[in-house]
Write a protein that binds this ligand. Sequence first.
Ligand SMILES: [Zn+2]
Length: 422
Amino acid sequence: MAMTPYFPAHGDDRYGVSHYDLRLVYRVAANRLDGTARLTVSAAEPLGTLDLDFGRLRVAGVTVDGVPARYTHTRDKLRVTPPAPLREAVVEVRYSGKPVPVASPWGGLGWEELSDGALVAGQPIGAPSWFPCNDRPGDKASYRISVTTASPYQVIANGVLVDRRRGAGTTTWVYEQAEPMASYLASVQIGRYQISEQGGARLACPPRLAARVRHDFARQDQMMALFGELFGPYPFAGYTVVVADDDLDIPVEAQGMSIFGRNHVDGVRGCERLVAHELAHQWFGNSLTVACWSDIWLQEGFAAYAEWLWSEASGGPLAGDHAHRWWHRLTLLPQNFILADPGEQALFDDRVYKRGALTLHALRRAMGDEAFFAALRAWTAEHRHGTVTTREFAGHVQRYTPRPVGPLLSAWLHDKPLPHLV
Ligand SMILES: [Zn+2]
């Protein structure tokens, strides 16, 4: 368990946001964003000041329940002084400027200008690059995201498209995300995309890549069926895959959405394991979100294991074959890694993914398939659209097997040496 929270400068647990209403105007060529964010805030104890995470955009004004409020904006924090101590209020922030990604060990995060459009890749701390928020993963809220931009561009955001209005040269797209969502999973994708349906999912991609994309994602409906069977019902109203017309280091998950680079589409399904990985995050990460980043294996380990499950179900190597291969590779690395507390810098270390998947495989072997998958389905049902911790997971799975799994989990999660794979 982490002694100090990761990213202590982000988020504030003295208050929560239940709803974000974001109205954005984006000019692609100028990379200029004008926004109004309305946050429905409630605090356990009355707050004399409210600290929001907010990056480098220029704040033009703040109101609290419609009354102008004083504020200071320094070092990525927008501190609002409400006219009276705040318990429950709607806080409105007007802002504008060129979005600047949030600096991190993994490069710039958040709103990113593309060659012809924009994308948002928020994990883990990129959300303040484009809207003021309480940027901790455990504070989940519903969202309404409205984006106005030049009409040739398509806009994809989280949730359901509820309105699309054409103005003079611009179009306004309005999306509603009813299921609670962490700030890092909020996303907007803007590009000259062609949007089509395939097997119940939406595909958005540059028109010239459409044939490749349709081929590379053709088995996604089978993955959806497999994961529905193994993990429980798909947790959101829809699923959209966006293939940007730029290269991306890695695909990115957002709620109800995954974003791939054009380099992930080769027309021969060379990245199919990543298609499975990103889809699995809808259950593990997006519906069930870690309360603390130290528990990231509950997202990445599960998504990595889903890759092996897809491989096994689709005629590729069995999950056990993948497990043995990766176990041998991990034995060659320094044994200095704690899966359930990898440290901020190692949040996306390959061992979070592979040792996380191995932990699940070891648990599956110990419990047997029937109990293991029943436990997973109950896990996603009981914590649907909520937040989760490693301790809760350990307590949960124990209810599904008479065999004590505490020592096994403890060795994989909290000890440094890689346990033997039985
Ligand atoms: Zn992942």
